[in-house]
Design a protein around this ligand. Structure first.
Ligand SMILES: CC(C)(COP(=O)(O)OP(=O)(O)OC[C@H]1O[C@@H](n2cnc3c(N)ncnc32)[C@H](O)[C@@H]1OP(=O)(O)O)[C@@H](O)C(=O)NCCC(=O)NCCS
Length: 185
């Protein structure tokens, strides 16, 4: 057993005035609202996005295909699941025939907060604004169901994600620790 404590920031955003701005969707990408038949596609995007990342140590299920599917099913079946804040990003290229899920975000409602879960973009498709666009869509989804604030947790070493969240207006409000058994990782 090797229990390690990962330091994470809780970050918050006030949705009462506006949702974060986002750039236009680049060509060849599509945003798909949640439906039950997309659970496998969300799980596939989640796995591609997280398998090589630090968060796969914090949450080992993120580093496994079956773990991502289980997690996605669990999130979608929770009482506080917010389908309006759950979006899939697909990439399709007519020339090569590629058509695949490349990004995902899910939303939960917890004690009056919109809780952002597992924003992830496949490494091949990062830096094109897709993370920003998904987060903005999730924020609008939370507003649609009447939520006025949202939060998320991010590992403090995840500087790319923190930069994105702060650029959009999230504030760090608290440090929390997540224990994970990293034996064998
Ligand atoms: C964090 C993450 C979701 C960001 O996704 P992304 O699609 O690369 O995000 P964006 O493209 O919107 O923003 C990233 C950078 O690209 C830049 N960018 C935004 N639009 C762009 C565009 N149209 N063209 C080029 N670059 C662009 C942004 O300015 C940003 O730069 P910054 O690093 O200075 O902030 C992605 O890195 C990821 O999946 N990481 C692994 C999983 C993870 O850790 N998720 C967070 C869990 S809390």
């Amino acid at each position: 057993m090797g229990l390690t404590y990962f330091k994470r920031f809780r970050m918050e955003y006030d949705l009462s005035k506006s949702a974060p701005e986002s750039p236009p969707l680049p060509p060849a990408y599509e945003l798909v609202p949640f439906s039950g038949d997309l659970i496998r596609a969300h799980a596939a995007a989640k796995y591609q996005s997280f398998r090589q990342e630090l968060d796969a140590n914090v949450f080992p299920c993120l580093g496994r295909r079956d773990g991502c599917l289980r997690l996605m099913r669990e999130i979608a079946s929770r009482a506080g699941f917010v389908p309006q804040a759950t979006w899939l990003c697909r990439y399709s290229d007519r020339e090569t025939g590629r058509n695949e899920p490349v990004g995902t975000i899910q939303g939960l409602q917890i004690e009056g907060w919109g809780a952002v879960q597992n924003l992830g973009i496949d490494p091949e498709h990062r830096g094109r604004g897709l993370g920003t666009i998904l987060l903005s869509r999730a924020a609008k989804g939370f507003q649609t169901v009447g939520l006025r604030r949202m939060h998320l947790e991010v590992t403090t070493e995840n500087t790319a994600a923190i930069r994105l969240y702060e650029r959009l207006g999230f504030k760090r409000v608290q440090v929390v620790y997540k224990a994970a058994d990293v034996a064998g990782v």
